[in-house]
Design a binder for this molecule. Structure first.
Ligand code: CP3
Length: 351
């Protein structure tokens, strides 16, 4: 397994394993996607977004495109966090231009219809994609697997779509805590399996995306975000003791301290709202730190982008830093701005 064979000449893994580097290794969340013309051309070959994710030849190509174009230090598996509800038997659709649509889980009966385990026949193409990408990547490039955190996946499973503040899931957690607990526990268990399979298929590390962590009050955050993340990391390390795990708990703010202390992740993913100075002081000696350029600064380009990139490079210098955005790249981003950002990073902010 990748994570037991050392950093293997991959700069990103060496940072996670303990070595600060300058300039830092770099990749971008959602680096494969609609801002790239070659992605849009490839996307047109699949009938639906899920078919795209489940066709290894297409998904592997989508994974490789941004690495080929920009020379990133990591590839992230092209898939989606909602393959998990799909593989649990929930109906999942991506309506073009509208985002995900799911048949909401709101009652015990809805929950009872979910499969107890992931349907491997559904997910085996995803694992095949990992193996394909692994064989095609340059040696120095790390391969990242991922899943959604149970809370964030539950937001979609319960809400049925992306709704402001994720009130349906938050209300279920208050009104039907036992049912919600069973849902979170199911997602925790199956996420351990899915991440373990991804490591076995060739991923060098995995990232847990908790995009909607920031909507919860602290006590709820502990219950529905920290505890499941800790259980996932422990469960995964029982099977793969040296598994590298990145936790991206978006919007956690100061609660990142509790998340960092409890979960056992190696790397903290930072959203753009986090103060790099505070983060370096609090976590810089114990964790690799990933982030946190504002996706809007990348979209804007020009002087604003240069200023923001330089500020991040200098704040994290000397720490174990992986340059990234604070959230996914926006579809309107000109690829030329990504080039500009990379030039600046590779010159260490000079020029
Ligand atoms: O390049 C990569 O980062 C790898 C692939 C990846 C996708 N989604 C592809 C995708 C990853 C890691 C994700 C994670 C994901 N998916 C998250 C967590 C991270 C985040 O961005 O917050 C979430 C919340 C989802 C759920 C999801 N998938 C939504 C809300 C949407 C619709 C919004 C949108 O951007 O269109 C998706 C669709 C999706 N997932 C697309 C891509 C490239 C766009 C669909 C298309 O190309 O037609």
């Amino acid at each position: 397994m990748g994570s037991q064979t050392g950093a293997n000449g991959k700069p990103l893994l060496s940072v996670i394993d303990g070595k600060a580097r300058f300039p830092p290794p770099v990749w971008l969340m959602r680096q494969a996607g609609r801002y790239l013309p070659e992605y849009r051309a490839l996307r047109a070959k699949a009938s639906s977004f899920l078919d795209f994710c489940y066709t290894p030849a297409l998904a592997a190509e989508a994974t490789l495109q941004p690495v080929r174009r920009f020379g990133f230090d990591a590839a992230i598996l092209f898939s989606d966090i909602l393959v998990i509800p799909d593989a649990l038997g929930q109906k999942v659709d991506f309506a073009p231009g509208e985002g995900p649509r799911l048949d909401p889980v709101s009652t015990c009966d809805d929950f009872a219809r979910l499969k107890p385990q992931l349907d491997l026949s559904r997910l085996s193409p995803v694992l095949e994609t990992i193996a394909k990408v692994k064989g095609a990547l340059p040696r120095h490039v790390a391969l990242i697997g991922f899943c959604g955190a149970p809370w964030t996946v539950a937001c979609y499973m319960v809400g049925g779509q992306s709704v402001p503040d994720h009130n349906p899931a938050r209300l279920m957690a208050y009104r039907k805590p036992e049912l919600f607990r069973r849902l979170i526990d199911r997602l925790t268990e199956v996420s351990i399996d899915f991440l373990a399979w991804q490591l076995e298929a060739g991923a060098d590390l995995v990232q847990i995306f908790d995009t909607w962590a920031g909507v919860l009050p602290f006590a709820e955050f502990e219950r529905w975000c920290i505890a499941p993340a800790k259980a996932i990391v422990e469960g995964l390390r029982r099977r793969h003791p040296s598994a590298r795990v990145t936790g991206f708990s978006k919007g956690a703010g100061q609660a990142l301290t509790a998340y960092a202390r409890a979960t056992g992740v190696n790397t903290l993913g930072l959203d753009s709202g986090m103060d790099p100075g505070w983060v370096c002081e609090m976590f810089g000696s114990r964790f690799a730190l990933q982030g946190n350029l504002d996706p809007l600064a990348l979209l804007a380009g020009g002087a604003a982008l240069e200023r923001a990139v330089r500020a991040i490079l200098s704040s994290f210098r000397g720490k174990r830093h992986i340059f990234n955005l604070g959230h996914g790249i926006l579809p309107e981003t000109p690829p030329a701005h990504v080039e500009l950002m990379l030039d600046l990073i590779r010159r260490g902010g000079a020029g």
